[in-house]
Design a protein around this ligand. Structure first.
Ligand SMILES: [Zn+2]
Length: 258
């Protein structure tokens, strides 16, 4: 079980080495834009590296949206990123659970998720696992509250969807971290990756503001316990560059005994 960090995409392997990370996660394009990823010069190096690679889809991807002009490009962008991530030998493509917006029926969001997987199947199939991540906020979010997550999984579970548990998002989203892994696994049957982040925002604040472990509102032992219980690799998406993230990785290694 590996521990790593979300890093700048310019030279992920150098960033991994600087942190002693066994896994790296990065964006392939501007996370706020609808850009199709370009082939990377370091694709072979990433594929052959001992470091496990994860790719995070752009934040603007929202396949749950009832708005055609968001949902359709999101679907296509997700597939383009899946193909590009597979070229790098990535273990998974992480994408936020999305939201339907104020006043909209969340049921449409779950159905749109199902359609996104159907679209992927019709476009040659997903070349790597899609890991749906829980979110801290979002109006009528599909993967903030776990009762909604259960409805999402009824729609996507049969497509082999994976799950990424973000500890900051769960806490700020209003889900107790005590026993969180068992509650998620009862719904999804799996946790493929942990985003091990502390939270600047309080419990149920809805704020997506990551902090270094022990600096925020979460007891670090709850994050350690979640990693242990999940038996999954963990990536820190914390501030402070190589220095801040190395301290977080070291804390996790010491306390999980990895
Ligand atoms: Zn995350």
């Amino acid at each position: 079980m590996r521990i790593g960090a979300h890093v700048d995409p310019a030279s992920p392997l150098e960033e991994a080495a600087a942190r002693g990370a066994e896994a790296v996660q990065f964006f392939l394009t501007d996370p706020q834009g609808y850009k199709t990823p370009k082939p990377r010069e370091d694709a072979a190096a990433l594929r052959e590296s001992e470091v496990d690679v994860y790719v995070h889809a752009p934040y603007i991807v929202n396949v749950a949206s009832p708005n055609n002009r968001i949902r359709i490009p999101s679907r296509k962008l997700l597939m383009a990123h899946a193909k590009a991530a597979a070229e790098l030998g990535a273990k998974g493509l992480i994408v936020h659970g999305g939201h339907v917006g104020q006043g909209a029926d969340i049921a449409a969001g779950f159905d749109n998720w199902r359609k996104a997987f159907e679209y992927a199947e019709s476009d040659g199939g997903l070349p790597l696992p899609i890991l749906i991540e829980n979110t801290a906020g979002g109006d009528n979010a599909c993967a903030r509250r776990f009762d909604d997550l259960a409805r999402l999984w009824e729609a996507v579970g049969s497509f082999g969807a994976g799950f990424c548990l973000d500890t900051c998002h769960a806490f700020a989203g209003g889900e107790d971290l005590v026993g969180v892994v068992d509650r998620v696994k009862a719904i999804t049957g799996r946790i493929d990756l942990i985003h091990a982040n502390d939270s600047k925002g309080g419990f149920d604040s809805g704020q997506d503001r990551h902090d270094n472990l022990g600096n925020g509102k979460i007891d670090p032992e709850l994050i350690v316990a979640a990693i242990r219980a999940a038996g999954a690799p963990a990536v820190v998406e914390t501030p402070g560059g190589a220095e801040g993230q190395t301290a977080d990785i070291t804390l996790l290694r010491e306390r999980t005994g990895r």
